[in-house]
Design a protein around this ligand. Structure first.
Ligand code: NAD
Length: 491
């Protein structure tokens, strides 16, 4: 692919907005630079916010049934161009084509749900709260809102926010990860065809400086963020200190309990997909397996075999089950954390360090890795590795296993594999996490449910997707009206 310049989409025009700095976009499987992305300065951010403010005056007056029409068109365009978007994700993010297509599909679901906004945005009302007095609650949009998104789902995560924000009557600015900006360009080429009025949906590229300009601009009313916990905490603090609404999703360390009565074959297959799929760079990846009682030996052996048998390579090639990690720095960090785990006393069942894929020696390869007997009190048990590394811990009872699950500071996801309804029910009730899986190891909520992280995995109260998205992007207005019956007799 020729080197390309990734631009902003401001007021329905492709522009660098005066940015004189750029950053490289690199294919993580080949190590090749495939594009340069503009890093927008505060002035360029200001231009986008002003265009959004101008557009808002008319967009908020547009009936919701009309506001969803460009989203219906966007849904069809996304379907038509799904393979093309998936190929772009694979090139800049490293996933397999099947994984990339899967994330686009999950993104499209959110567009579909937001098309139901005429119903979702409804308020409620009471007639006669006192004689001749009625009360109603209506929802109104906020103004210009923004989402700042991570590298690992370049199509799906922007679509967790964009459709709800615009269908509720806001104007929306996306700031994608500077490591994977080309997918957003594909989305915005379709947004351009879908026919949104000028300034309603905009794209501003950049890194930390661009984010700070968005966080400090008085015209931005709400901030949605997905990324690592330190940045989520920072963005939540700065956005709310500036009087903005914020919903900030952070990192994860997702534990999965494996009971002795779990179906061995199914559990191993699903766990391998969760831990090693997307090279472990999913915020809902299983990263710790807490194996209970006699499941211990069996599972350690079968997951070791699954790790060794997984086909790693360039995601565009047939039969490849796992791609590279995002960057050389990421690879180095993962390898160091595996070494630190060994230093804490863990035993390697599968070691994916120091490997390469033939023909792609410059890729950021980490093969599936399994660390056994990870000490629960150690650093590795707590640290987000964000790579294809599964840590195994052991417990004698379900109570002990739940104790290990709840000892974590994150709370994005927790799962259990069991054939006992009683064990599943106890776990569902007691697990200290916002997304819970039962015989499922990537408990990703559908678009019509909130993506419900807890603890250090989330700062805020209203989550992404579904009705939470509608509430986040609207302010409630409560109206009390007095219309005494006798006044109607005057005419
Ligand atoms: P990241 O935090 O490095 O970057 C996320 C976004 O923040 C990017 O757009 C980046 O430009 C911006 N950013 C980075 N540093 C910044 C700073 N100092 N100031 C202002 N903005 C800054 O995250 P990443 O590496 O792109 O993504 C991986 C992380 O995201 C993992 O921790 C993963 O668990 C998490 N994640 C969480 C969820 C979830 O739903 N909770 C989903 C996906 C990813």
């Amino acid at each position: 692919m020729d080197s390309a310049r990734v631009l902003n989409y401001i007021n329905n025009e492709w522009t660098d907005a005066g940015a004189d700095e750029t950053g490289p976009v690199v294919n993580p499987a080949t190590g090749e630079a495939i594009a340069e992305v503009v890093l927008t300065a505060p002035d360029g951010v200001g231009r986008a916010v002003e265009a959004g403010e101008r557009a808002f005056a008319e967009w908020r007056e547009t009936p919701v049934v009309e506001r969803v029409q460009p989203l219906y068109r966007l849904k069809m365009l996304l379907e038509e161009h799904l393979d093309e978007i998936a190929a772009t994700i694979t090139d800049e993010c490293g996933k397999t084509l099947a994984e990339s297509a899967g994330e686009v599909r999950r993104g499209i679901e959110n567009v579909e749900v937001a098309c139901g906004m005429p119903t979702l945005i409804q308020g409620y009302s009471n007639e006669d709260i006192a004689r001749g007095i009625d009360e109603q609650m209506i929802r109104q949009p906020l103004g210009v809102v923004t989402a700042i998104t991570p590298f690992n789902f370049p199509a799906m995560i922007p679509l967790w926010f964009l459709p709800y924000a615009v269908a509720t009557g806001n104007c929306f600015i996306l700031k994608p990860s500077e490591r994977v900006p080309m997918t957003a360009v594909k989305l915005f080429e379709l947004i351009e065809q879908a026919g949104f009025p000028k300034g309603v949906v905009q794209l501003v590229n950049g890194a930390a400086q661009t984010v700070d300009a968005l966080l400090d601009h008085p015209g931005i009313r709400a901030v949605s963020f997905v990324g690592s916990t330190p940045v989520a905490r920072y963005i939540y603090g700065r956005a709310t200190a500036n009087g903005k609404r914020a919903q900030c999703q952070g990192g994860a360390k997702n534990p999965v309990i494996i009971m002795p009565d779990a179906d061995q074959e199914t559990t191993t297959r699903i766990m391998a997909d969760s831990a090693f799929g997307c090279a472990g760079q999913r915020c809902l990846a299983a990263s710790v397996a807490v194996i209970v009682g006699e499941a211990r030996g069996r599972f350690a052996e079968s997951i070791g075999e699954a790790a060794a048998g997984r086909r790693v390579g360039y995601g565009r090639e047939d039969g490849v089950e796992m791609g590279p990690v995002i960057s050389p720095e990421s690879r180095a960090r993962i390898e160091q954390l595996v070494a630190a785990g060994e230093g804490e006393g863990a035993k390697l069942i599968a070691d994916g360090r120091g490997r390469a894929v033939s023909g792609y020696e410059d890729g950021n390869w980490v093969f599936p890795t399994v660390l056994d007997r990870v000490p629960p009190e150690g650093e590795i048990a707590k640290t987000e590795i964000f790579g294809p590394v599964l840590s195994l811990m052991h417990a004698e009872t379900l109570e002990e296993a739940i104790g290990l699950v709840n000892a974590r500071t994150y709370g994005n996801m927790a799962c259990i594999f069991t054939s006992s309804g009683a064990s599943a029910r106890k776990f569902r009730h007691e697990a200290d996490a916002g997304n819970v899986g039962i015989n499922v190891a990537v408990a990703a909520p559908m678009a019509f449910f909130p993506f419900s992280g807890w603890n250090e995995s989330f700062f805020g109260d209203l989550h992404a997707q579904g009705r939470h998205g509608v509430e986040f992007y609207t302010q409630t207005k409560v109206v009390v009206e007095r219309w005494p019956r006798e006044w109607s007799r005057k005419f």
